[in-house]
Design a protein around this ligand. Structure first.
Ligand code: NAD
Length: 325
């Protein structure tokens, strides 16, 4: 049994990862300020509350738990907000990651898995996107992820830290056992918003861009089930513990789905009408983002199992419908 420090472990993806870590026999110690996470989602180990930028607090947690490895989910996630308030994003995502890495190095913790994002690719020229595509973020959010990737590489060389950078595409769905799901406030992700509209909690959904060069004119994204995503973290920890060395890998389904297709799947699976209307494109939203997933398959032995659109929507709907929210 290994003790794993999970920053942001009270959040959406982090809580699902803790569930799988515990299932794999590890103790997940969550470090979270609960600004966008939920204490009630911390079910498989202790919760240490604190700000990721607070080095004294981090030091105390490293001294108490002596984790073998860290999974670093904590961060601010709303792309649009990053344009309005870049300072908050650089403070939490970049300075917070620096504080964590310095305390890891001081405590002798030598392995980290980091939540990066497809946002590091910006508006790529190729699809599916391989990991060696140019990193050209188009939002401060994506810039912060690129900056942390570079920082990890420098710490790897200087301090002997091994890292796994996982570039997630669109996390979606909910724990098939129904214990966990997606709860963001505000909710900006497509599927939970569609399901909230199905429940009558949102009047209608705006479809941002219906004139993209795609078959139905709406933007195409790669939706990966959150439990598949969580499994990639366990695989990444195993690789690092086995001396496999640092890597950066896309984590996606490898399949693109348009906004219109997702809307239709939500209508079909919920059996409810979901009012939607066309709206202008949002700045910085590329037509298509789909992962090339060969590296994750080869290097992590990982492949998605629950990431077909119907399973994603059905598990998310079970969660939202059960809570009525
Ligand atoms: P989330 O908001 O549900 O989880 C993030 C957690 O970090 C929350 O529990 C929040 O309380 C915590 N946190 C925020 N600021 C903190 C701070 N200053 N100190 C301590 N804890 C803090 O988000 P998520 O969707 O689970 O995303 C997790 C990670 O994955 C993020 O780093 C995000 O950028 C990345 N990511 C997510 C997606 C996606 O589709 N959801 C895609 C790509 C990358």
């Amino acid at each position: 049994m290994a003790t794993i420090l999970v920053t942001g472990g009270a959040g959406y993806i982090g809580s699902h990862a803790c569930q799988l870590l515990a299932g794999a026999g590890h103790l997940p110690v969550v470090f979270d300020d609960l600004s966008n996470g939920h204490g009630a989602s911390v079910l498989w180990g202790p919760l240490e509350t604190g700000d990721i930028g607070d080095r004294r607090r981090l030091r105390a947690v490293f001294e108490t738990w002596r984790p073998e490895a860290v999974i670093h989910f904590a961060g601010l996630i709303e792309v649009a907000r990053s344009a309005a308030d870049p300072a908050a994003f650089y403070r939490v995502n970049v300075a917070g990651s620096l504080a964590l890495l310095e305390e890891m190095a001081a405590a002798g913790a030598r392995r980290i898995v980091f939540s990066s994002s497809a946002a590091v690719y910006g508006a790529p020229a190729v699809s599916p996107i391989p990991e060696d595509a140019p990193l050209a973020p188009v939002s401060p959010y994506g810039e912060t992820k690129r900056a942390v990737e570079a920082m990890l590489d420098a710490f790897a060389r200087a301090c002997g830290i091994d890292y796994a950078v996982l570039r997630y595409f669109n996390a979606a769905g909910a724990d098939p056992e129904g214990e966990l799901g997606e709860r963001h406030d505000p909710e900006t992700h497509l599927i939970p918003r569609l399901l909230r509209a199905a429940l009558g909690l949102e009047p209608r959904i705006d479809i941002f861009g219906t004139d993209y060069p795609t078959p139905d004119g709406t933007a195409i994204r790669d939706y990966v089930h959150v439990s598949d995503l969580a499994a990639a973290h366990v695989a990444a920890l195993d690789r690092l513990a086995g001396g496999g060395g640092s890597l950066s890998a896309n984590i996606g389904a490898g399949v693109g789905r348009s906004v219109q297709e997702v809307l239709e799947a939500c209508r079909r699976i919920t059996g409810r009408s979901i009012p939607a209307r066309a709206a202008p494109r949002r700045a910085g939203d590329p037509p298509e983002l789909v992962a090339a997933t060969g590296r994750a398959a080869r290097e992590l032995g990982w492949s998605p199992r629950l990431s077909d659109l119907d399973t994603i929507v059905a598990t998310a709907w079970a969660w939202h419908a059960a809570r009525g929210a």
